[in-house]
Write a new protein. Structure first.
Ligand code: CP3
Length: 345
């Protein structure tokens, strides 16, 4: 078992800096596209043999130090009772967006074992095959609420903020239901074998710091507090985190994932030495010539070294479908080599 990633997550000494890549299983891999030719995306998420297969692909192809469960943050939203579709053009579409008390009341808090058994089956299958740790995950409440209130993706989150500001009872009721769902969902993932879990707060960065403290952070804190007794470290990723780091520091997470718009050295100084830091190469930097990418990787490794409780290398957000797989391979090699991994030649 390669446990370098878990050691770094616990703040222990490691022989080199571990790396995994957000969205590492996906369309930039021809092996993924081949599997997707035969099935639609939701069927792939709900078929444990296939979901496990695509989770393993980046581990075998890139040599990353951790695997992530193949699923989507909207799977528990569907289990709460919303109709979910993925359109090639528009991404996720949720019908009857939650903007009223009546629709909020129709939502349920699902039982993960009964309503999403395929997720736990995928985790068990993966654990029987993996030689690296497995990351489970969930969307964080604010990010899930944006999809549920907007009915899909959004540019300015007008509906979300309208409910937030004008109908606070509905907003907080929704956030509570989502938080209850996330707690039992992540607990089930950990009990099925996930070594750690990551909360994705992809859209929290659209909030002002004051609003983040009221409308997003308290729910994240409750989730983390309630999961502590499970014993698995928790990673909290916030996209657009720069203005929120002082507050994110109080989340209780073991590791904080940061995007690329902030200097990792500065972020580490704000977060302090009690937290492991994860990040933060610009996903588009994978398009640079290798020598220039190398400088950027080195810069991140240098700035993070000693600045936090530990460092896990990652991109600042998900890898894009347009990235050549060779460049992703180069990144993994560079991180390993530059941080001291002895390479067999
Ligand atoms: O490799 C992994 O990281 C594990 C799998 C994973 C997926 N989605 C697979 C996926 C994870 C961790 C997610 C999380 C997710 N899903 C987030 C949070 C992370 C982030 O990127 O900010 C969000 C916001 C979603 C919602 C979502 N799912 C959108 C907006 C889209 C459409 C856009 C797109 O990238 O296609 C998806 C679809 C999706 N989720 C795909 C994959 C591989 C593409 C589906 C396909 O095969 O066509």
């Amino acid at each position: 078992m390669n446990d370098t990633f878990l050691k770094a997550l616990r703040g222990e000494e490691t022989p080199y800096t571990p790396i995994w890549i957000m969205r590492q299983a996906g369309r930039y891999l021809k092996e993924y596209r081949e599997v997707r030719e035969g099935v639609d995306f939701l069927t792939l998420c709900k078929t444990p043999e296939l979901a496990a297969k695509v989770s393993l692909q980046p581990v075998d192809i890139l040599g990353v130090d951790a695997a992530i469960l193949f699923s989507d943050i909207l799977i528990p939203v569907e289990a709460m009772g919303m109709k979910l579709e993925f359109s090639e053009k528009h991404g996720p579409v949720l019908s009857e967006p939650i903007r009223s008390r009546a629709l909020l009341e129709k939502l349920t808090v699902p039982d993960p074992e009964d309503d999403m058994p395929f997720v736990m089956e995928t985790i068990k299958l993966l654990k029987s095959q993996l030689k690296v740790p497995l990351i489970g995950f969930s969307g964080a409440p604010f990010t899930l609420a944006t999809y549920m209130i907007e009915g899909g993706g959004s540019k300015n989150f007008l509906f979300t903020k309208r409910v937030m500001y004008q109908n606070h009872g509905v907003f907080s009721g929704l956030m509570e239901k989502i938080s209850d769902t996330v707690i039992s969902y992540l607990r089930a993932q950990i009990r099925a074998g996930a070594d750690t879990v990551q909360l994705f707060d992809t859209w929290a960065g659209v909030l002002s710091p004051d609003d983040y403290r009221v409308f997003a952070l308290p729910y994240v804190k409750r989730i983390i507090k309630e999961l502590k007794s499970e014993g698995a470290p928790i990673i909290y990723f916030v996209n657009g985190c720069a203005g929120l780091l002082k507050d994110i520091k109080t989340s209780g997470a073991d590791a904080i994932g940061i995007d690329w718009r902030v200097d990792i050295g500065e972020a580490a100084r704000t977060l302090g030495k009690k937290t492991v830091i994860q990040g933060n190469l610009d996903p588009c930097a994978l398009l640079l010539p290798r020598e220039i990418m190398k400088e950027k990787v080195k810069d991140i490794l240098d700035k993070a070294r000693g600045a936090a409780k530990g460092h896990i290398f990652n991109l600042g957000h998900g890898i894009l479908p347009e990235i050549p797989v060779e460049n992703a391979k180069s990144l993994v090699e560079l991180v390993h080599e530059l941080s001291g991994k002895a390479i067999a030649r």
